[in-house]
Design a protein around this ligand. Sequence first.
Ligand code: AHR
Length: 502
Amino acid sequence: MDCIRIDRTRSKGTIAPELYGHFSEQIGGVFYDGIYVGEESSVENIHGFRKALVDRFKALKPPVLRWPGGCFSETYDWRDGIGPKKDRPRRANWWYSFDHRVESNQVGTHEFMDFCRLTGAEPYLAANMTSVPALHIRDWIEYCTFPAGSTTLADERAANGDPAPFPLRYVGIGNENWGGGGQMSPEMCAREYIRFSTILKSLGQDLRLVMCGANGDDLHWTRGLMAEWAKRSWQEMPTWGVSIHYYNNFLYGSDPLTFDEKGWYDEMFGADHTRRILLNHRAAMDEWDPERKLKIVLDEWGNWHRDGSGPSHGFNLFEQQSNMRDALVAAVTLNIFNEHCDILGMANVAQLCNNLHSLFLAGGDGFTVTPNYHVFDMYKEHQGGRQLHTEVQAEVLEREGLDPLCTLSASASEKDGALTLTLANLSLTEAKTVTVEGLTANAAGSENNARTGSFTVLHAADPMTVNTFEDPEAVHPVTETLGVYEGMRLTLPAASVAVLRF
Ligand code: AHR
C-alpha cells in the first residue's frame, strides 16, 4: 500500500521563499519578444513588459529573480543598459557565436528593477567577474543602492528615472567560472571572488554575496574553492552563499516532445539526483564551514533538452516546449528543496520564458504558460512555511550508480494554520492510491469528521501533451473540494502532480 506519513513534530525549519526563485538571462528570446515587447508594441504591455506574463508571474508570488545571466553576465557592461534607450549601444554578447543576435540593451538595470517591482520579485544581480575590473561592479552596486544626493552615481540613477535606491541584497559574483566564465581553476575563482567581494564590502551595504560554485557533481571544484575561501576570515569576506548549477539531462540532449519509458525515467532519476548533489556539496563544504554559515544557492536548475521545439522553431536559443515530464521534474525537485530547506538558501529555475524548462512561452501575440508554471503555482504556499517531516512508502526503482528512486515524491509544510502537502506520482503508467497519515492530531478519522480542503491535480491523459499558443489550456490543473481526515486516501493518476491544502 502506498503511504505518506507526516510528522508534525519534526521540522528542518522554514522553507525560505527564495527556494522558489527564478532566472532570466539576456539570451535568445527570454526578454525580447518574450518578457519584454517594448512600449510601442501592439501587444498589451506595462512599461514594455508583456502584461499577460507580468500578471501570471506575479500570481506565483515570485520571491527572487536572477539577471542578466548566466554566461551573458561575463561580458556584460552594465553602463550599456542605462540612459536613453535610443542611445544605448548594440553589442555582440557572450552568446553571439551561438545565435548571431546582438544585444540591443533595451532592457537594462532600470527596466529589470521595474520588472521586479511589477511582479514583486526581489532582484538578484549576477555580476561579471571575468571581463571587467572589480571597480566596475562596485560602481554598479553603488549606482543601485546609494541614496540620491549622496554620490555622483546615485545622482546619475536618479537622473535616469529612479530617485529611490533599488532594493538590492543578492549579488552573485561570477558565473560558471569553471567554464564560460573564464575557464578558471577553483583556487583562481576563489581568489578573484575574494578580490571582488572585498571591494564590494567597502560600500558598507547589506549585501548577500554569492560565490561561484560547482557544476553538477563536481566536488573537486567545491573543495578547491572552499579551501582557498577559508584562508580568509568572515570579517574580510562577507559571503552568504555558494552557487551550484545542475541541469538535468544536459548530456543526453533528449527530445523534449517525445519520450519512451526509459526517457521518462532518465529524467526522474536525474531530478531525484538533485538530493545527492545538495548533500554531497554540503558535506564537502562542511570541512571548511562546519557551522554551515554558507548557504547553497542552486541558481540554475532545470531540464535541458534539445533546441528547436518551441514556438520560434529554433530562432530563440535553447527554447523548449515542455510537457508532464518537465512538470514532474519540477515537482520532484521542489519537494527535495523543501526537504533540504536547512542547507539551501536559494534556487532559481532556468529560465523564465522561451528557454530551458520555462514557465512561459511567448512571441508576438502568442502566449501560454507551460505545465511547469502550474507546478510553481500549486507549490507556492510552501514559501515561508514550516517544513514538516514526511516519510513515503511506494515502489522503488533501482539504477546502477544512482540512489534508489521512490516513485512517489512528497513534501509538506504548514503556514498560517493551513497545511500544504505536495505529491508527485513518478510512475509513467500506474495510478496510485495513497493513504495519508499525520494530517490531523486525531488518531483516526473518517469522512464523518472530515475538514474541508482542496485537492488540485495536474495531469494529462497523454503525458506528452504541450500547451501551445493555439491551445494554452491543453495541460491545466483541476481542483476539487474534499473532506480531509486522518488516514484518508488520495488517488494520483499516473504521471501526475498534486497538492492537498486544508
Ligand atoms: O541557462 C543557460 C546557460 O546555462 C547559462 O547562461 C549558463 O550559466 C549555463 O551554462
